[in-house]
Design a protein around this ligand. Structure first.
Ligand SMILES: Nc1ncnc2c1ncn2[C@@H]1O[C@H](COP(=O)(O)OP(=O)(O)O)[C@@H](O)[C@H]1O
Ligand SMILES: [Mg+2]
Length: 329
């Protein structure tokens, strides 16, 4: 990659790519918009921090998992094109997701509308049900920053490549982000299943609807709370949340996996029931279509009904005038 156009902290060059700009930095990597030379296209490249190269177990897990995740093709999952190692850096090349992540959306709005949050949750559930059914893959890092929304309101999950697989789970590596980790994940359990991701989605919904994370403190303190402290009542933080949605969040955030929805099918049924509830109804009436309300997405092309009424009246008037002139002549 040619780092000419990137900032001083760009990773070393990787053949076949030109860095354009840094899209963001997370705990273990930075993400770059880049131009791929062959095939010629704009992509996102995630480059792992150098310190990870000294942890061979984690690197092995990353490598094989990202490769397997590359075979997941789904409209709600950002595709992974390629995984590689060059100039001392591990990286993976993925589809460049347009729009912004829900963490940035939340930062702009303070809190998101219930219909939008439930619609986002539905897309996440559909994508993770697909990943679980086709490859037995779970995500392990569901959080607002890993959920992208584009200008059409389409939702896509990123970082599927860093998911931990049930069969090849690395006993010593806790993957995930403390604020959204399930109790079993925060305890270092190895046999995680989709119920762990369902908990993380519950923590994500809580954050998006209240503007607050479930627990505050250092990473260690938050992980201890995830393991032991009951989830706070979402309606205490935001009384406008509907009862159906509050029940859903409480179920998703149950400490014991046995008390949560057992499968994505069950979780999705709860999300859809909450969406059908008056509190889950979108202002724009777009509920249940897998997209967030256009009014809240980056761009809206929906013309209001009054626009079409005035256009029809103007056309009828023009026609009447033309008809009268034709008769007069
Ligand atoms: N495929 C992608 N396309 C566009 N932007 C992305 C993509 N993947 C990640 N990003 C952006 O880069 C930021 C940093 O990503 P990452 O390193 O995964 O950290 P984290 O997910 O912990 O915030 C994300 O918050 C997101 O806004
Ligand atoms: Mg990410």
């Amino acid at each position: 990659m040619d780092a000419r156009n990137a900032s001083a902290s760009a990773p070393p060059p990787i053949k076949g790519f030109t860095f354009i700009r840094c899209l963001g930095r997370g705990g273990m990597a930075s993400v770059w918009e880049a131009r791929q030379h062959d095939p010629e296209r704009t992509v996102a490249v995630k480059v792992l921090n150098e310190d990870i190269t000294s942890r061979p177990k984690e690197v092995d897990a990353f490598y094989s998992e990202a490769k397997t995740a590359g075979s997941l093709v789904h409209p709600n999952i950002v595709s992974v094109f390629e995984v590689g190692y060059q100039s001392g850096c591990y990286y993976y090349v993925m589809e460049l997701a347009a729009g912004y992540d829900t963490g940035k959306w939340l930062a702009r709005k303070g809190r998101l509308a219930e219909a939008d949050v439930l619609t986002v949750a539905e897309s996440v559930g559909v994508a993770l049900e697909f990943a679980s059914k086709t490859l037995g893959v779970i995500h392990c890092d569901i959080k607002p920053a890993n959920i992208m929304v584009d200008g059409d309101g389409m939702v896509r999950i990123t970082d599927m490549g860093l998911a931990r697989f049930r069969r090849t789970a690395d006993n010593e590596y806790i993957n995930g982000t403390p604020a959204y980790m399930s109790p079993e994940q925060a305890s270092g359990a190895t046999a995680l299943d989709e119920r762990s991701d369902i908990y993380s989605l519950g923590a994500t919904i809580y954050h998006l609807l209240t503007g607050k994370e479930l627990f505050s403190g250092t990473d260690d303190e938050v992980m201890e709370c995830q393991r032991t402290k009951p989830a706070p009542d979402i309606r205490a933080a935001n009384p406008a949340v509907s009862e159906a949605c509050a029940r859903l969040v409480a179920r998703f955030l149950a400490k014991s996996p046995a008390d949560r929805p057992q499968t994505w099918a069950e979780a999705l049924a709860m999300i859809r029931a909450a969406l059908a509830n008056p509190g889950g109804r979108s202002v724009s009436g777009q509920k249940g279509q897998g997209r967030v309300a256009p009014a809240l997405s980056a761009a809206s092309s929906t013309a209001p009904a009054s626009f079409w009424l005035y256009t029809a009246l103007a056309a009828a008037l023009a026609f009447a005038i033309a008809f009268a002139i034709a008769r007069f002549w």
